[in-house]
Design a protein around this ligand. Structure first.
Ligand code: RIB
Length: 291
């Protein structure tokens, strides 16, 4: 099977700061690093490093050839990434000691995807393939609907969170992944707790506490504890978790095993500085399991 990702691609400009800036504050960064990022690109790289065949559907601007080349180098199929007249998306990310961050995104080409090119790309997908969508591109609802019609496992990572965006794709979803705060916000917007949502599987990530899976078909839920580590940068850890869960499911692992692997991959990720470029591969995750 394969993972298809309607996903953002960003240049991440990561500023190491003594503390996250307060409103109105001017702050000198201690360091600046540039990485490949975007929640979509991060998930594609994570799923590819976890062992899946990944097709990324997205766009960059004329300034984005480096990002496409890097995705290709990381094992992602880039044939369905188009070139837009808008510039490549970018993110300004401040990271303080201890790993907490603050992110501003400029969507650029990520929000000008051509619907026809998406339909053409998904024309090559098969029933049973996995489709992942996040909230950093346009055409989310139409793509989720098409994926559902094809018979794909349709997944949504509700980040950056917007309750209306989640509500619009809900009818087409098989799997929803969101964090604790987002789950509460979604409950306020829909009146439904995670266990009552009309989606077969819901995973709520709990940060340093791990993740909780709700199987809404059986009514069962299970908490997967986090692996204790010393965090230096939480950026991209959620995307890494999502990519690993999807890859696990796509490769036929049971949900419990997919989430356990994803929890370990996310734990390794918070010990590293950077985004897509530093996502752990399966070997790192398996070594952690043995250690
Ligand atoms: O989740 C982290 C990502 O959010 C970064 O890579 C940044 O580009 C933004 O999309």
């Amino acid at each position: 099977m394969a993972v298809w990702n309607l996903g953002s691609i960003n240049a991440d400009l990561v500023y190491t700061v003594p503390h996250l800036p307060a409103p109105g504050e001017t702050l000198a960064a201690q360091e600046l690093n540039r990485y490949l990022g975007g929640k979509g690109a991060n998930m594609s790289v994570a799923a590819a490093r976890a062992g899946s065949h990944v097709h990324h559907v997205g766009a960059v601007g004329a300034d984005g050839a480096w990002a496409v080349e890097r995705l290709l180098e990381y094992g992602v199929d880039t044939r369905y990434i188009g070139y837009s007249s808008d510039p490549t998306g970018h993110a300004i990310i401040a990271v303080e000691a201890g790993g907490e961050n603050l992110i501003i995104i400029y969507p650029g080409a990520n929000r000008s995807l051509d619907a026809h090119e998406i339909w053409q790309a998904l024309g090559n997908a098969q029933a049973g393939d996995t489709l992942i969508i996040q909230n950093e591109t346009n055409a989310q609802v139409e793509t989720a609907r098409l994926g559902s019609e094809i018979g794909m496992r349709v997944c949504y990572a509700a980040a950056p969170f917007d309750a209306e965006a989640v509500k619009s794709v809900l009818p087409f979803l098989d799997l929803l992944i969101l964090n604790e705060v987002e789950a509460r916000q979604l409950q306020e917007a829909t009146g439904s707790a995670p266990a009552d949502l009309p989606v077969s599987d819901v995973i709520v990530t709990l940060g340093s506490k791990g993740a909780e899976h709700f199987d809404t078909k059986t009514g069962e839920n299970r908490v997967y504890p986090a692996v204790p580590v010393t965090a230096v940068d939480s950026t991209g850890a959620g995307d890494t978790f999502t990519g690993y869960v999807l890859s696990g499911l796509d490769r036929g692992l049971p949900m419990a095993q997919a989430i356990t692997m994803a929890t370990r991959a996310g734990a390794i990720m918070v010990t590293r500085h950077g985004t897509a470029d530093v996502i752990p591969d399966l070997k790192d995750v398996l070594e952690m399991s043995q250690g």
